[in-house]
Design a protein around this ligand. Structure first.
Ligand code: GRF
Length: 220
C-alpha cells in the first residue's frame, strides 16, 4: 500500500486522496525556478501546508536547482540529454517514489512526459502554463497571445494528461494585455500571478476538497 492509498478521501473519477497526509511535493524544473521558489516561500510562510520532498531538474545547470540547494532543499539533477523518453521517465519515477512524493508539480519543466509517467501519477501531476488555456498551449504562450492580439492574458494551473496543456483546469488568473506590451513585459505581469496562483491550486488539490465532473474541477 502506498502512502496515498492509506487515505480517507476520494477524488471522484480518480485515485484515493489522503486529505490528512498527502503533502509531499516533487518539483520538476528545467530553468530559472521562480515558481518553485514561490511555492517554497508559501510553505515557509505557512500559506501552504506541504513539504518539498525533492526538486529534480533534467538540466544540471538549471538556476532553480542551485536555488533549491542554497535553501537546503533536497535537489538532484537527472540529466535527460540523449535518453529515450520512457527510459528517462522510469528514472524520474524512481526518484520521486524514493522520496514518497504525493503530488508532482511541474515548474518550468521543459520536457514532454511520457504516457507511462502520466499513468503512474493519475491526477497527481500539476502544471502551470502562462496563458488562459485552452488559448495558446505549447511554447511561447505570451508571445502567441501578443501576436494574436488578445486583450486579456493570464495563467492556468491544470492537471497533466497525455495531451498538450490539455488536462482539467484547477485555477486561472487573468491579466490585461496593454498596448505597449512586449513579450517580456506581459510575461512579467503574468508571472506575478503565477507565483500566487500555483500555491493556491496546490493547496486545493492537497486538501482533496474537489471533485472532477467531466472536465470541470469543482469544489466538493
Ligand atoms: C513559467 O512561465 C511557467 O508558466 C512556464 O514556464 C515558466 C517557468 O518559469 N511553464 P520559472 O522557471 O518558474 O521561473
Amino acid at each position: 500500500m502506498t502512502r496515498a492509498d492509506a487515505g480517507v478521501g476520494r477524488g471522484p473519477g480518480g485515485p484515493p486522496y489522503n486529505v490528512y497526509k498527502m503533502k509531499r511535493l516533487g518539483i520538476l524544473l528545467s530553468g530559472r525556478g521562480s515558481n518553485f521558489l514561490a511555492i517554497a516561500d508559501a510553505i515557509a510562510q505557512r500559506r501552504l501546508d506541504a513539504e518539498i520532498a525533492v526538486v529534480i531538474s533534467n538540466r544540471p545547470d538549471a538556476p532553480g536547482l542551485a536555488a533549491a540547494l542554497e535553501r537546503g532543499i533536497h535537489a538532484v539533477s537527472f540529466p535527460s540529454k540523449g535518453l529515450d523518453r520512457e527510459v528517462y521517465d522510469r528514472q524520474l519515477i524512481e526518484g520521486l517514489r524514493a522520496h514518497h512524493v504525493d503530488l508532482v508539480c511541474l515548474a518550468g519543466y521543459m520536457r514532454i512526459l511520457s504516457g507511462y509517467f502520466i499513468r503512474e501519477f493519475p491526477l497527481r501531476i500539476l502544471n502551470i502554463h502562462p496563458s488562459l488555456l485552452p488559448a495558446f498551449p505549447g511554447l511561447d504562450a505570451q508571445h502567441q497571445a501578443l501576436e494574436h492580439g488578445a486583450k486579456i492574458a493570464g495563467c492556468t494551473v491544470h492537471f497533466v494528461d497525455e495531451g498538450l496543456d490539455s488536462g482539467p483546469i484547477v485555477a486561472q488568473a487573468a491579466v490585461p494585455v496593454l498596448d505597449g506590451d512586449t513579450a517580456e513585459s506581459l510575461s512579467a505581469r503574468i508571472l506575478k500571478e503565477e507565483h500566487r496562483l500555483y500555491s493556491e491550486a496546490i493547496a486545493l488539490v492537497l486538501s482533496g476538497a474537489f471533485k472532477i465532473e467531466g472536465r470541470r474541477v469543482v469544489r466538493a
